[in-house]
Each structure stands twice: as structure tokens, then as C-alpha cells.
Design a protein around this ligand. Structure first.
Ligand code: MTE
Length: 327
């Protein structure tokens, strides 16, 4: 039987002030959010501990079967999270601030889809997703997925190494970072009308991180194409980092020699830094990261440094002793 002993300094997830309440309060304090003021005042109570259990299942999306051989090298060492749970408990702020955005996300137009490869590359160009997929081999990888909010899932993603896209893009020798920009369509994404967020959602990695064998571009999961709410048609998946680093529905990849300013870092750099590698020993300023709640069962399990992927990634950070690698 699983017995959880809560240490004195821990607070439950239910006691964590929701992200949105904190951000709105900050926007109000900055006096920048005319439209956000009402929202700030209306910010609700903390999310319930068992929110997933009361979340209605998403309607069936128009997903196509997609199969690929499983790569056994990345066994996750724990049970898969049920697909229904992964598809109905999401963070996708373009569609709203709650976890129940699956219905709203069905408005995402996923075809045709193109990705702009730009910045410090040999030739700037825009590539169609189908064209891109003809040039790579799909595989299935079961990865642990850990959100900074201390919940976690285990997901069988289908996709291809991010390194393959980097090679296709042919970056110049001077490029050291990738900046991902994601879809921002105000007609279908109601969240874009919330002016206190620095839209579009952007994220970034070093080129070295992007070339790491774990860095993945996912186009499906659970034997189907990617559900809109999980980042259709193509999203980043970097399992050793907190989930906000895994940008959904990417439309642009820019190669640069400047560390990109990213969505969450721009909002609150002290809480959501650029590196955001998982570490149970480095608490978020407002909650512990020592354990995580498995979506689907609500079981608490210990969090692992680098989300358990240290053998693949720790060496990349050996020379970055002055950086704030874990928050
Ligand atoms: N990408 C976009 N475009 N918009 C978002 O709001 N949320 C991030 C990340 N990628 C987000 C995003 C966060 S905070 C997390 S934890 C993961 O997506 C959640 O992925 P999931 O809903 O598939 O579990």
C-alpha cells in the first residue's frame, strides 16, 4: 500500500495559488490589464486536488490512426496514463486557463500546416508538415511527462527526433539556440484575447539540447494523430524539463545566437526560468517539487532529478554551474 508522509514544509497542490490568479494579480499590479482587471478580481479558488476526476471526457476528435514501432530504449518504468486522462487534463492557455480546454481546442485548424524554418539557417524556408513527415521516420516513445505544477503523466508519443528537423534546417555554425513559436489564431483561440499574456506562446532550447537524443517532435500519441488539446499537429517533447518547455502546435522554428525570451519566463522569470530542468530538490517558490501526482490515479510518487533522464542529459549541463538550471 502506498503511504504518503507529508513533511512539514510541503503544501498540497490544492493549496497552491493557481497560476492564473497570480499572473492576473501581477498584471493588475502593473496596471497593464484593462480587460484583465475583471478577470483578476474574479480569479477563482485554488484548483481542486482531484480535478481530473470531475473533468468530463473530451468529445471524440477527428483523429487518424497512426502507428510506429516503439523504441524500447526509453522505457518509462511505470504504467501508461490512460489516453482519456491525457486528453482531458491539459495546459493550453490559447484555449483557456483551466485544464478542461479539450472541447474548445477542437476549433484548432490543423491542416494544412506549415513550419517556418528561419533565422541562422543556410536557406530560410517554409515546409509543409506532410513534406516534413515524408523525410523522417516515425517511432513511438513512452516518456514521463512532468508539469511544473507537480502533476505527471506517462505518454506513448509518436514522432521523430528534433535533431532530424535541425539537420533538415541546416543551421549556420553561429546558431546556438532554437526559438519555437506556436500557432496564434485569435479567431479560434479565445485565450489570445487575454492581453496580459505575451502571445504568441514561445519557447526555446539550446541547439545542443535540441540535438540531444531525447528531444522529440510529437505528431501523435496512443496510436492516433495528435489530439488538438495536446498540441496538434506537431509539438515539442523534452521529457527532462518541466512541461511548459514542450511547446504545442509549433509554426515557426528560428535559429539564433541569442537566448530567446520565452512565454513563461517573460511573465515570471523567478518562477519559470529558461532551463526548467526537473529537480525534486529545488522547490518552486510556492510549492514543493519533491513529489508528483500521477494523473489518472492521483497516486503520489517521488520526482526524479532530470525527470529520471540524467543518463541522457546531465552531461550537457556539467559546464553550466553558474546557471539557474532547475527553476
Ligand atoms: N504550448 C502552448 N502553445 N500553449 C500552452 O499553454 N502549455 C505548456 C506546454 N505547451 C502550453 C504549451 C504546459 S504548462 C504544459 S504542462 C504542457 O504543454 C502540457 O501538455 P499536455 O496538455 O499535453 O499535458
Amino acid at each position: 500500500m502506498f503511504i504518503r508522509r507529508r513533511r512539514g514544509w510541503e503544501i498540497p497542490e490544492s493549496a497552491v495559488t493557481p497560476e492564473t490568479a497570480v499572473l492576473r494579480r501581477r498584471a493588475v499590479l502593473r496596471g497593464t490589464a484593462a480587460g484583465g482587471l475583471a478577470g483578476a478580481l474574479a480569479a477563482g479558488p485554488a484548483r481542486a486536488w482531484s480535478l481530473f476526476d470531475s473533468t468530463p471526457a473530451a468529445p471524440p476528435a477527428q483523429l487518424k490512426p497512426l502507428s510506429a514501432p516503439r523504441n524500447a530504449r526509453y522505457a518509462a518504468g511505470r504504467d501508461l496514463t490512460p489516453a482519456e486522462a491525457v486528453e482531458s487534463y491539459n495546459n493550453f492557455y490559447e484555449f483557456g486557463e483551466s485544464k478542461s480546454i479539450a472541447d474548445a481546442a477542437q476549433a484548432l485548424k490543423v491542416a494544412p500546416w506549415t513550419i517556418e524554418l528561419t533565422g541562422m539557417v543556410k536557406v530560410k524556408r517554409t515546409i509543409g508538415l506532410e513534406d516534413l513527415l515524408r523525410q523522417v521516420s516515425l517511432e513511438e516513445r513512452v516518456y514521463r511527462h512532468r508539469c511544473v505544477e507537480a502533476w505527471a503523466m506517462t505518454v506513448p508519443w509518436i514522432g521523430f527526433p528534433l535533431a532530424d528537423l535541425v539537420k533538415l534546417a541546416e543551421p549556420l555554425g553561429s546558431a546556438t539556440y532554437l526559438k519555437f513559436t506556436t500557432q496564434a489564431d485569435p479567431k479560434t483561440m479565445p485565450g489570445l484575447h487575454q492581453p496580459w499574456y505575451p502571445w504568441p506562446y514561445t519557447e526555446g532550447l539550446t541547439l545542443q539540447e535540441a540535438m540531444n537524443e531525447l528531444a522529440f517532435l510529437s505528431v501523435g500519441m496512443y496510436g492516433k494523430t495528435m489530439p488538438p488539446q495536446d498540441g496538434a499537429p506537431i509539438r515539442v517533447t523534452v521529457p527532462w524539463k518541466y512541461g511548459f518547455k514542450s511547446a504545442k502546435s509549433i509554426v515557426r522554428v528560428e535559429f539564433t545566437d541569442q537566448r530567446p525570451a520565452t512565454f513563461w519566463e517573460s511573465l515570471q522569470s523567478t518562477e519559470y526560468g529558461f532551463w526548467a530542468n526537473v529537480n525534486p530538490a529545488v522547490p518552486h517558490p510556492r510549492w514543493s517539487q519533491a513529489e508528483e501526482r500521477l494523473i489518472g490515479t492521483n497516486r503520489m510518487v517521488p520526482t526524479q532529478i532530470w525527470n529520471g533522464y540524467g543518463e541522457f542529459v546531465a552531461a550537457m549541463y556539467a559546464d553550466k554551474t553558474k546557471e539557474r538550471l532547475f527553476a
